[in-house]
Design a protein around this ligand. Structure first.
Ligand code: ATR
Length: 280
């Protein structure tokens, strides 16, 4: 008999995680099944106890539970300690162990399109929320020293830099200042919700001053082609969309649960088909 895996969050109806995990189980001839569960914040504690009791072998955690689940777990892996948030739980020998595959998933995805060592690149992160934090700490942990921030609220980016446990030479700027000095950066990473469905026409900044050949990455995957990436494409810059982060974080969770490596290509195709697009 196969195992049951799942996702808890609110909402979860639109999630593509069941599609990609169930397809990977089938492709690898595993009899497991992945189910999304809608869990309201007030029911989180009870839901986690129920998942444990029913012997669910692992689950993903999404908005709004990535932080509030921490005290309900038995152990935190280093990835979750660094990120300060959990997106994957492994149920092993009666213990729930929290991991975070978002940061490593994002960095693996970025590396798959860049043929130079990431740590030599000058990087600008737009935004200073939870997603930016996970990516920043993962990159600095892997030796990237030259990462700057810009954010609508500069003080939040300054706090993130202060909290970073790894060596760095980071600075924080406002959006318009960063826009003026964009030519300094090899990679620009957009982590805010600006441009996300349904606000498809919004952009966090203009890319006019960006360096030739720069990589522009947007972690949003719905729409696949944000207005920001459309501008990058028109300017002839290298474009990296959010599908990569989504499928790489899923693939890392899948590996933690099954010790098997799923096909990133199959996972990406499912997501792109479902979003009705092609990659740019
Ligand atoms: P997440 O966990 O997805 O990163 P978050 O922690 O709420 O979400 O962080 C959201 C980020 O998007 C922040 O950097 C936020 O800027 P502020 O720190 O100034 O709030 C940024 N953001 C959200 N809406 C924005 C908007 N309309 N314009 C500019 N930045 C925005």
């Amino acid at each position: 008999m196969g195992n049951l895996y799942g996702l808890i969050g609110s909402p979860v109806e639109q999630s593509m995680s069941p599609d990609i995990h169930n397809d990977a189980f089938r492709a690898l001839q595993l009899e497991h099944y992945y189910q999304a569960f809608h869990v309201l914040p007030t029911n989180l504690e009870e839901a986690v106890r129920a998942l444990k009791l029913l012997n669910i072998k692992g689950f993903n955690v999404t908005i709004p539970h990535k932080l509030s689940i921490i005290p309900l777990l038995d152990e935190l892996d280093e990835s979750a300690q660094i990120a300060g948030a959990v997106n994957t739980v492994v149920h092993l020998n009666g213990r729930l162990i929290g991991y975070n595959t978002d940061g490593n998933g994002y960095v693996s995805s970025l590396k798959s399109i860049i043929n130079k060592p990431l740590k030599d690149q000058k990087i600008l992160i737009i935004g200073a929320g939870g997603a930016a934090r996970g990516i920043y700490f993962t990159l600095t942990n892997q030796g990237s020293m030259h990462i700057d921030f810009c954010n609508r609220t500069v003080s939040k980016a300054e706090e993130l830099i202060k909290e970073c446990p790894f060596p760095n030479k980071s600075h924080a700027f406002g959006i318009s200042q960063a826009e003026q000095q964009l030519a300094d950066y090899d990679i620009i990473i957009q982590t805010t919700a600006v441009g996300m469905y349904p606000n498809r026409n919004e952009k966090p900044m203009s890319l006019r001053q960006a360096k030739r050949g720069a990589v522009v990455s947007d972690i949003i995957y719905n729409p696949i082609h944000t207005a920001f990436l459309e501008e990058a494409k028109e300017l002839g810059l290298v474009v990296h969309n959010g599908v990569g982060m989504f499928v790489h974080q899923a693939a890392l969770a899948f590996e933690l649960w099954t010790n098997q490596v799923p096909s990133i290509e199959r996972m990406s195709k499912i997501v792109i088909n479902k979003l009705g697009g092609t990659t740019c």
